[in-house]
Ligand binder design. Structure first.
Ligand code: HSE
Length: 403
C-alpha cells in the first residue's frame, strides 16, 4: 500500500482524491499496488465530502507521518507551497505538483533538493493540464535537440478567445463561464495578462534548453488589448489569433515569451479551441510533434497529478515498470456485429429517394451531391445498417463510418 497526502483540497486537490478513489482498481491493475490518500491538508473543513474525515489543518502531522511517502501539492501560490514542498523533500518524501508558480520560480532548487534526498519532484500537471508533455519532453524527446516550442498554454484565455470570436460572447461573460468551470486561476488576471502562460513556457524552456528563466523577466503580453478588429483582420488573412508561449535558443541564450500571435489556419495550433491546449514542439530529428488535450479543469489536471503519483509508486523499488500483455483468447474479442456507430450513407439518386431513405432511417438530413444523395445516420449496429440500406430499395454507393 502506498500512502499519499494531498496539500490543498481545492479544484485539483479534490479531483486527485476522486481520481485515486474512482480509478483505484485501474491503478492497482496497472502497477500492482494500492495507492490511497491518508491525509488531506486544508484550512477548511469538508463535512460533506467523502474525504472529509481525512482532513487535517496541521502540516506537521503529515510531515511526521512515516507511512506517507508521496505528497501531492495542489495549494497554488508560492508560499507556503514552496516551503511545504521543501520540507517534504528534505524529510524523504517525494512530491508531485500542479503548481506551475512554484515549479517556475523554485524548480531548479527543488529538483536539486529532491536528488540530494533520493526522492523525486514531479510536475506533469504544471503545464498543459492533463496533457502528457513534461514526461515526453524529458524521456521521449531525449534523442532530439529541441529547436522551438510554440504552445497554447492557458485554457482560460483560449476558452475566452474561442467564445468571443466564434460564438460572439463578451469577454466578461466568457471569463465568468471559464471561472465557473474551474479553469481560471484564483486571480484571473494571471490568465488574461499572460502570467500563467509565462510560468508554463519557462518550465518548457527549462526542459528544452536546461535553463530555468524567471517568469517575471520574460516578455509577456496577455489578451486584454486584443480587439474585434484584430480578429477581423486575422480572419481576412486566413489566420486565427491565439495566446502563444514561445521559446527557442538564440545562440547560447534562451528566448521565452508570451504574446497573442496570428496563426495560419493550416497550422495545427489554429484548430485548438475552447479549454484545450496545444503544444507544438519542433525537434531536430523528429520534426514537428503536437501535444493536444484539456489544458485546465478538475479531472484532466488531477489525472496528470495522479500519473506522477503512480510513476513514483511504481518505481519505489527502483524497478522500471514494463507493460504487461497476455495473448488474447477467443473470449477476449468483442463482437463486431454488436458494435454501434453512426455512418455516412451515400445512395445513387432515384425517384422518391428522400422518402425511401426517411422510411428506412427516420428523419435524417440529406444532401444531394451530383448523382448521390447522402446523410449521416444515427448509431446502428452492422446488421441494422445493412437492413436499413436494403429497405430503401436504392443502390448504396458507399457507407463510411463516422469517427
Ligand atoms: N488557469 C489555468 C488555465 C489552469 O486556464 O490554463 C491550468 O493551469
Amino acid at each position: 500500500m502506498v500512502q499519499v497526502a494531498i496539500l490543498g483540497f481545492g479544484v485539483v486537490g479534490s479531483g486527485a482524491a476522486e481520481v485515486l478513489a474512482d480509478n483505484r482498481r485501474v491503478i492497482e491493475k496497472n502497477i500492482g499496488k494500492t495507492v490511497a490518500v491518508k491525509r488531506i491538508l486544508d484550512l477548511r473543513d469538508f463535512p460533506n465530502s467523502p474525504f472529509g474525515h481525512l482532513v487535517t489543518h496541521d502540516f506537521g502531522e503529515i510531515l511526521a507521518d512515516k507511512e506517507i511517502s508521496i505528497v501531492a501539492e495542489m495549494m497554488g501560490g508560492s508560499h507556503p507551497a514552496y516551503d511545504f514542498t521543501k520540507a517534504c523533500l528534505e524529510a524523504g518524501k517525494s512530491v508531485v505538483t500542479s503548481n506551475k508558480e512554484v515549479v517556475a520560480r523554485f524548480g531548479a532548487e527543488l529538483l536539486e533538493i529532491a536528488a540530494a534526498n533520493g526522492v523525486r519532484y514531479l510536475f506533469e500537471a504544471s503545464v498543459g493540464g492533463g496533457i502528457p508533455i513534461i514526461r515526453p519532453m524529458i524521456n521521449d524527446l531525449a534523442s532530439n535537440e529541441i529547436r522551438t516550442v510554440n504552445g497554447i498554454l492557458n485554457g482560460t484565455t483560449n476558452y475566452i478567445l474561442t467564445q468571443m470570436f466564434e460564438n460572439g460572447v463578451s469577454f466578461e461573460g466568457a471569463l465568468a463561464d471559464a471561472r465557473a468551470k474551474g479553469y481560471a486561476e484564483a486571480n484571473p488576471a494571471a490568465d488574461v495578462e499572460g502570467l500563467d502562460a509565462a510560468r508554463k513556457i519557462v518550465i518548457l524552456a527549462a526542459l528544452a534548453f536546461g535553463k530555468l528563466l524567471s517568469p517575471d523577466a520574460i516578455h509577456c503580453e496577455g489578451i486584454t488589448k486584443l480587439t474585434s478588429e484584430d480578429v477581423a483582420v486575422a480572419r481576412a488573412l486566413g489566420c486565427s489569433v491565439k495566446l502563444i508561449g514561445h521559446t527557442r535558443r538564440v545562440g547560447e541564450r534562451v528566448l521565452a515569451m508570451v504574446s497573442p500571435r496570428m496563426i495560419p489556419c493550416s497550422n495545427p495550433l489554429a484548430g485548438v479551441s475552447d479549454v484545450f491546449n496545444g503544444i507544438l514542439v519542433d525537434a531536430n530529428m523528429l520534426g514537428e510533434c503536437m501535444f493536444y488535450g484539456k489544458g485546465a479543469g478538475k479531472l484532466p489536471t488531477a489525472s496528470a497529478v495522479v500519473a506522477d503519483i503512480i510513476d513514483i509508486a511504481a518505481h519505489e523499488n527502483g524497478v522500471e515498470r514494463a507493460p504487461v500483455f497476455v495473448p488474447a483468447t477467443e473470449a477476449d474479442y468483442a463482437d463486431f456485429a454488436s458494435y454501434r456507430t453512426r455512418s455516412c450513407f451515400s445512395f445513387v439518386t432515384a425517384a422518391d429517394a428522400e422518402a425511401k431513405i426517411r422510411a428506412a432511417f427516420g428523419a435524417v438530413q440529406t444532401v444531394k451531391v451530383g448523382e448521390r444523395i447522402a446523410f449521416i445516420s444515427d448509431e446502428m449496429s452492422e446488421a441494422e445498417a445493412e437492413a436499413a440500406a436494403a429497405k430503401t430499395g436504392l443502390t448504396l454507393a458507399s457507407r463510411i463510418r463516422m469517427i
